[in-house]
Design a protein around this ligand. Sequence first.
Ligand code: NAD
Length: 467
Amino acid sequence: MSQNDITRRDVVKVAGAATAAVAVSKIVGAPRIQKVRAANNQVVLGVIGTGGRGQYHLTHLNGIDTGRVAAVCDIFETNLQAAIKISKDKPQGYKDYHELLARQDIDAVLIATPLYTHFPITKDALLAGKHVFCEKSLVFKPEEVHELRALSNSRPKQVLQVGLQRRYSKFYQTAKEMIQKGILGEVTNMYAQWNRNPGWPLKQPKPGQTLEQANWRLYRKFSGGLVAELASHQIDIADWMFGAQPEFVVGVGGLDFVHDGRDVYDNIQLILKYPKGQKLTYSSICTNKHLSMFQGTRTEFGECIMGTKGTIEITVGTDKEPAIGLWYYEPGPTVEKAAAKKEIAQMAGATLASTGRGSRAMPILFDRDQVSQNDSFLQREMKFARRWLYAKGVMVPEEDQNPVDVQLESFFDCCRTGKHPLADLEIGLADSTMVILANKALDEGRRVNFNEINTMGVPTGAKTAKS
Ligand SMILES: NC(=O)c1ccc[n+]([C@@H]2O[C@H](COP(=O)([O-])OP(=O)(O)OC[C@H]3O[C@@H](n4cnc5c(N)ncnc54)[C@H](O)[C@@H]3O)[C@@H](O)[C@H]2O)c1
């Protein structure tokens, strides 16, 4: 079997989903041009928390016509005024979110406040009858996992969506399809990292802000540290790609290198074990951002999904950097033997093994690049030309939209139609649960089982959804 056979067969197998050399999407972050839509067809939105993430969302919301920002809220005047300025919708500003929630014309809220406030604000918003989009990590404490599940389930007509935007990325969706079609064989391991240098330097508070408010991520009373802020995205990817929730987590963490008064870890190493034996190995450190993926073209974060027949390296796009999706087939024994034979022949008796021989990266392709019977001659020719250019590295596959735009549009769509969100309550709660348990494993230096959540934060004898 030659390498060409493998590639051709795999291409046929994934027809309609994906094949894979370097696939780099264009930068898709720039907000899109606003189209005009009748106001009565728009979801009326309030944005609570207008710091870094809230302002980012507001910029993107300017390009989405299915929702309109009627109100913004922040306890910090500077960020509130910035939000009013950013939004094209001329929203009303509030310092107290209860006043925003009291407005009857507001259908939905987007919550982008520090983690420790997610649950109280989400709870009040649901009780006020609003649909909720809440940033990750959804909740902070074990009792909030149980309480939010019960509350949200008791209000099935209200949408609850979590800000796990990778779920809305065409690259990740295609990777999942490739796994489901068996392209990677049995997926047994995933490695993920989000390393930084420096990681979260201490910010000087602006006038009107305390040191703790400016740096809430660094203190345990407000934050779940690196696990909540960074690992949560990638743990969710492991749950999705493995198709399961973890069975247990072990880990080692330390506050070893950054001494600025923070009390969250500055480095963490985790292993999550899944029911069929799959493992996620995870690293987040604050002292080096090297990334051994994507042929050295990027730093900091990415995920490597490994199966018996292949590997995917993948990372999400941001406003500044493109998404990347690379696929490598696993050289099988036949290929290795043939290659070894050739090498041995060439090297006149040398016993060089071929185990180090890798395969070339190939780009993950989308549906639009797949040739179909319905294509006209010209369409087919265009597709072949595009794929040839991808293979040569001249052109790269592009995601049509930034997944952040897709997740916001999708949220509005769910609010208007009653559709169930992709990143829903249970996905958010499973993710938050693992964040809570991983921090426990780091603190207590022991294996923490996923089902321990069933007895955490519940009065003795009380039943949870899973017990
Ligand atoms: N999905 C992602 O990729 C992503 C990226 C960045 C941040 N986030 C999440 O977004 C959330 C916010 O992060 P950030 O970086 O914007 O933090 P930030 O500190 O920049 O902004 C938080 C804002 O919330 C305001 N705030 C605090 N308490 C409030 C309250 N009770 N009512 C109204 N406003 C209040 C603060 O004044 C601040 O302006 C976090 O949960 C974070 O994990 C998600």
